[in-house]
Write a protein that binds this ligand. Structure first.
Ligand code: ZN
Length: 87
């Protein structure tokens, strides 16, 4: 199974709507077996839909970068938590 952090690149394409790409297939496959990525990606998608809903046609690059930053943080944090839970 792919590492969650390896999927950040795919996430970008996924959120851009390139859902047919190979990267996105990998992401979807991974999401099927990984609750935290499903949560993160769904949250990101909702955020973007929210932006689209308020009349922003082009998703602002800085927002996307902030989103990536917070996703990276969330993933890093959860990875650390998962590590520390080990006996
Ligand atoms: Zn994952």
């Amino acid at each position: 199974m792919s590492d969650c952090k390896d999927l950040l690149g795919a996430l970008s394409e996924y959120l851009d709507g390139n859902e047919q790409s190979e990267m996105c297939a990998t992401l979807r496959e991974h999401m099927a077996g990984c609750d935290k990525c499903r949560l993160v990606v769904n949250t990101a998608k909702r955020t973007i839909e929210l932006y689209r809903g308020i009349d922003v046609v082009e998703f602002p690059v800085d927002v996307k970068e902030r989103l990536h930053g917070s996703l990276r943080e969330a993933w890093a944090r959860r990875a650390v938590q998962a590590e520390s839970r080990r006996p």
